[in-house]
Design a binder for this molecule. Structure first.
Ligand code: BYC
Length: 318
């Protein structure tokens, strides 16, 4: 059998597995483009979790009570854990942690656009948990069924933690809307600033999405950007109503025929500008990451030295 035929047989077997909903595991044969596309998506997902710690980390010293501080701290630590699971999942595809960090710090790899918006008030901790983690859950619930085993298993654990994150955010919003007029105004302002960027988290419209068609065929993605965004728009409308806040989308209207809300258009110019590096906080987020990474170099060196010592002792004892 020629090697070309051999490859197409491997590809056929790969596609049969995908169609049968079997997971692709690290040692299985996979098309090079599937591997590369997964590395791109999983590593960018990991970067988002880690960079996403910054806007909230900034409020740890400003939490209004010890209880709120403990909850926020635990949520931020969860995000670090998510980054770790995801970097580990990407490493099973043959890329190193160092290569991924280098791609992030050089601006070659993206992370979720939402984290380039500033967190200005305590209400933003509510809006981030409720809307940002809320949008992330809608996306990640569908990614639990992604075709790559390590990514799928990571998502199952991550989704459980994200739902705690979303509830803690909504709880902050509920407290604020039931507080003073100033507190309610803070909640409204925060909703106004985070609603549209949260919709952008789902990526460009399907017709503009470069990777969707192939990712859907390979079942890396299980639902399209627009379908997931619609789910989020639908679920968020009643949550806004329950809070007694004004909806930021003045064109939002229930469409009986579709069984969904019709909504106003996203500012795509803003989206493209933010992912091109021109958001309010892009530079600050990367600078902070580089600084923390450099300051942590001694920990990585100490770990490597300790591991080398352990290996040497093991070899001596053997
Ligand atoms: N921001 O072809 P498309 C969290 C890029 S963190 C930036 O549709 P795809 C949390 C896209 O990468 C959870 N870039 O792409 C953490 C591509 O560029 P490249 C984050 C975006 O991959 C801490 C280009 O635009 N969740 O919850 O098929 C605290 C074309 O797009 C964005 C994930 O990462 C964006 N919003 O679909 C609190 C989920 N959208 O790579 C909370 C995993 C698009 O060709 N990722 N781009 O240079 C995904 O599901 C998919 O990658 C996306 C995009 C739906 C985001």
């Amino acid at each position: 059998m020629s090697s070309e035929k051999n490859i197409s047989l491997q590809e056929q077997q790969f596609m049969d597995k995908i169609k049968a909903e079997e997971k692709i595991e690290p040692k299985d044969w996979m098309p090079e483009k599937y591997r590369k596309n997964l590395i791109r998506q999983i590593s960018q997902h990991a970067h988002s979790e880690v960079i996403g710690m910054q806007p909230e980390g900034n409020f740890l010293t400003r939490a209004p009570s010890l209880r709120r501080k403990a909850i926020l701290l635990s949520k931020i630590q969860d995000e670090a854990g998510h980054g770790l699971y995801l970097y580990s999942a990407a490493e099973t595809l043959g890329i190193t942690r160092e290569e991924m960090i280098e791609a992030l710090q050089s601006g070659q790899a993206k992370y979720a656009s939402i984290f380039n918006y500033p967190a200005l008030t305590w209400a933003d901790m509510g809006a981030i948990g409720w809307l940002v983690d809320g949008a992330a859950i809608v996306n990640q619930v569908s990614l639990q069924r992604t075709s790559y085993g390590p990514y799928s298993r990571g998502m199952i654990r991550i989704c459980k933690e994200e739902s705690f994150h979303q509830r803690q955010g909504y709880d902050i919003m509920l407290t604020l809307v039931n507080g003073s007029a100033e507190q309610k105004a803070m909640a409204q302002d925060s909703l106004n600033r985070f609603y549209w960027p949260a919709l952008m988290m789902f990526g460009p419209h399907d017709s503009e999405s470069a990777h969707s068609a192939k990712s859907m065929e390979w079942k890396i993605k299980r639902e399209t950007n627009d379908d997931l965004r619609q789910k989020f728009i639908d679920q968020t409308a009643s949550q806004i109503e329950f809070l007694g806040l004004e909806h930021p989308d003045k064109d939002l209207k229930w469409n009986e025929e579709r069984g969904h809300y019709d909504s106003g258009e996203i500012d795509w110019e803003e989206f493209h500008s933010v992912i091109a590096g021109n958001g309010h906080c892009n530079r600050q987020r990367l600078e902070h990451h580089i600084k923390a990474h450099e300051e942590g170099a001694w920990v990585r060196e100490a770990l490597a030295a300790y591991n080398a010592k352990k290996q040497a002792n093991k070899a001596k004892a053997a």
